[in-house]
Design a protein around this ligand. Structure first.
Ligand SMILES: [Zn+2]
Length: 140
């Protein structure tokens, strides 16, 4: 990814910024220009909640180019508190012990670095919220 692309994506990468269609109440993440539900172009910026539940996940053993150093890693589908679904990397979790439906929260983590001299990219990931016993939080 080029730094110019990175710069443009900063709001969504660091602040979980989405857009919301006031006409039909659809939320889009990543943000887009046009509501595909009702055709409106009058979308408003919306900050997404940083907490949600893990709906499903997969463990990546064969990554896309540039992510070879990070395998295995977990990519999950998270349902945020407002109902928006987003795909994100799941961190601070053991792929063999990860339960569905655990509560997760967004954290900023290193996503990728381009060699020793290259830029280091940060972005959001989600991690399980642990209770006082160190076990994943799970509300019914
Ligand atoms: Zn709409």
């Amino acid at each position: 990814m080029l730094p110019s692309n990175l710069w443009r994506e900063i709001p969504q990468r660091y602040r979980l910024e989405a857009v919301f269609c006031p006409k039909c109440s659809t939320t889009y993440f990543p943000p887009r220009e046009l509501c595909t539900e009702c055709g409106s172009r009058e979308l408003e910026k919306k900050k997404l909640p940083t907490k949600g539940k893990l709906v499903t996940y997969t463990v990546i053993h064969t990554p896309p180019k540039g992510f070879e150093l990070y395998t295995p890693y977990i990519v999950g589908l998270v349902r945020l508190e407002d109902g928006t679904h987003i795909t994100a990397q799941i961190t601070d979790a053991d792929p063999n012990k990860l339960d569905l439906d655990v509560d997760v929260e967004a954290v900023i983590r290193k996503v990728k670095e381009n060699g020793r001299e290259g830029p280091i990219y940060y972005g959001y990931k989600f991690r399980p919220i642990l209770n006082a016993n160190g076990a994943p939080e799970r509300k019914c």
